[in-house]
Design a protein around this ligand. Structure first.
Ligand SMILES: [Zn+2]
Length: 75
């Protein structure tokens, strides 16, 4: 690998099953409480919590911590 994987192995497997266009949409639809609006999440890590994928990262605009939950039952 070129850089260290910030996803846990189960989170990586979950993420890889999502089509790349959907991945992009998910990353572009994170809520930033500081901007009070939708933003793009960047520099994120991935973990699985109770079957859902949790992306922990930062708002691309202001750098505020942003979390994006992707439900495990969503195709
Ligand atoms: Zn922000």
């Amino acid at each position: 690998m070129l850089k260290s994987d910030k996803f846990s192995p189960p989170a990586r497997a979950f993420w890889n099953k999502i089509p790349s266009d959907i991945q992009e949409r998910l990353l572009d639809n994170a809520w930033c409480s500081h901007c009070s609006g939708m933003t793009t999440i960047t520099d994120y890590t991935g973990t699985i919590v109770k079957g859902d994928l949790i992306l922990d990262g930062f708002c691309i605009r202001c750098g505020n911590a942003v979390t994006r939950l992707i439900e495990g039952n969503v195709p």
